[in-house]
Design a protein around this ligand. Structure first.
Ligand code: SF4
Length: 300
């Protein structure tokens, strides 16, 4: 097969994977999230909170039984790509495939199209537009595959994103205080209980990227750095002591988890970013081999 034919075939495979992932993520949430919601329902003692959690669990089941969406907000499609050094399709073509797959899923399902021009607010097409979908890239040496993760992000939770350039002297105490203030300020707006993603270090833009990466991890996984893992545990406890509760109606369960990602930073910087992911923490992944074979993985 010629290089062009191989490339076209692979581009179609990535397009198919993206189209499937976007819809699948919206309908069938991962098992770790189902378990976290069931566990939250057991832990919650407030009557209003229990009602909210039992409605959420019923909602998840109805979506599964009727092959329907877990929430009407189909979000914006955010993809994370891990591209192997030897994967025989250029990232420019991978991006085209992700964009076309997002459009195909939106038109064929059909899904609500949320994409608008940020000034005119005019719709820009089937969940695509200038720099939409959003794609984050990671390049992996000595590997020939491609991993694609789709995380549709609803606006209710994305609107509850916060950044503070703390000073280094604020230390961990300053980080905790900012995360706590952000979540208390957000109250019931991001459809709690969800996953609080925290990005620390790097630069302002990278801290927010890390916060987004944090919400896309399987629920309850711990950062391998023991200092960061300890911070995750402490924040998880602190945030659940706020009493905000499910949907902000009061209760024991305000967050399902708190995940923190970090990067080393400048000696005079201490950036802290918070990105909230609602209870409908949708994500789905696929592994695309160099020969175009696709393996789907809901739990990654
Ligand atoms: S924040 Fe999440 S659960 Fe709430 S409306 Fe948006 S997508 Fe749905």
């Amino acid at each position: 097969m010629s290089a062009t034919a191989t490339s076209n075939r692979l581009q179609e495979a990535v397009l198919e994977a993206a189209a499937y992932l976007y819809v699948w993520a919206l309908k069938d949430i991962p098992q770790d999230l189902r378990d976290a919601l069931a566990d939250a329902a057991e832990r919650e003692t407030s009557v209003a909170g229990q009602r909210v959690l039992s409605t959420i669990l019923k909602n998840v089941q109805v979506a599964e039984d009727e092959s329907n969406l877990v929430c009407q907000d189909t979000g914006i499609a955010v993809y994370t790509c891990r591209v192997g050094e030897h994967f025989p399709l250029h990232p420019a073509r991978i991006y085209e495939a992700l964009r076309d797959g997002t459009a195909r899923a939106t038109l064929e399902h059909p899904l609500r199209s949320n994409a608008v021009h940020t000034i005119t607010r005019e719709n820009t097409g089937p969940n695509i537009g200038h720099r939409l979908p959003i794609v984050h890239w990671e390049f992996v040496p000595d590997w020939g595959g491609l991993d694609v993760k789709c995380v549709p992000k609803g606006s209710g939770s994305e609107n509850m994103s916060f950044l503070k350039m703390c000073i280094p002297a604020d230390g961990v105490k300053g980080i905790k205080q900012f995360v706590l203030e952000s979540i208390v300020g957000a109250g019931g707006k991001p459809c709690p209980p969800g996953i609080v993603g925290v990005g620390i270090g790097g630069s302002a833009d990278y801290a927010m990227y890390l916060a987004k990466e944090a919400i896309a991890r399987p629920v309850g996984t711990r950062n391998p750095d023991p200092e960061v893992g300890k911070l995750e545990e402490e924040l998880f406890t602190l945030l659940n002591e706020t009493g905000i509760g499910p949907m902000g109606l009061g209760g024991d369960v305000t967050v399902l988890q708190c995940h923190v990602e970090h990067a080393d930073t400048h000696m005079t910087l201490n950036p802290v970013a918070v990105n909230y992911q609602c209870w409908a923490a949708r994500r789905a992944s696929a592994h695309v081999a160099a020969d175009g074979t696709i393996e789907f993985d809901r739990e990654a």
